[in-house]
Design a protein around this ligand. Sequence first.
Ligand code: LMR
Length: 309
Amino acid sequence: MIARGIMLGPDQPVILHMLDIEPAAEALNGVKMELIDAAFPLLKGVVATTDVVEACKDVNIAVMVGGFPRKEGMERKDVMSKNVSIYKAQASALEKHAAPNCKVLVVANPANTNALILKEFAPSIPAKNITCLTRLDHNRAMGQISERLKVHVSDVKNVIIWGNHSSTQYPDVNHATVTTSKGEKPVREAVADDNWLNTEFITTVQQRGAAIIKARKLSSALSAASSACDHIRDWVLGTPKGTWVSMGVYSDGSYGIPEGLIYSFPVTCEKGEWSIVKGLKVDEFSRAKMDATAEELAEEKTLAYSCLN
Ligand code: LMR
């Protein structure tokens, strides 16, 4: 997708740097061979390496997909402890070797907390350049609304994912609209079933990652990759007028969310910078859900720090 221009547009040549661990070196080289064989006009080079320094050298955009997956019998703390060390090491490599204004997108779970650790250990990378992926959840929420209303997904806009990329995230449709033959309508009005929107819709989006794993016996791949491209494309090239997207970003205290957490907010992007959409009305139902996911992030942060000590 990146080599085809889906991430940075059809006119932007790219050099791909791919990092994997030593046991995967041969498979990684196979991927490099395939990239060469595909003869992508935009692909100006491929670096396939197991050396983190070589991988990070002068990169402008870093998509962090590597993490230790939870395996049977592992406690949450064990996974956190492995990932915190991975992100600490990669943060130092990015800090030392990436281009000064490198934009970072963390995809690997626990994505928000991995991004926070990366931020802490790469202090010279501006906090606004470190984000995590909740666009996948945002796209899933649009997909559910489009299925329910039998409209095309591109007619649904301005859903919001608040908080953690986990089952406590809050998919919010209170400001979302849908374009119908009679013009633009609030999603709540078009769906006309608050009970569904406040229960099943929310849990379906929250549990979608788990549902994919159950069905495929593997984590989401295509939708995650496509959403990562959406995230970077909108960040770099801008969000369309009148629409926002969801991104996990360093909280500035907006909407009463404590600073010091990487939390998913509605954002618009222009000239390579995101800004949190301000002034949206938050009702009591939403407040409780937004706070619950913030609390989970605060707990993850404490756990991550305890792993570091
Ligand atoms: C997803 O949302 O699809 C993934 O984050 C699920 C997972 O745990 O890998």
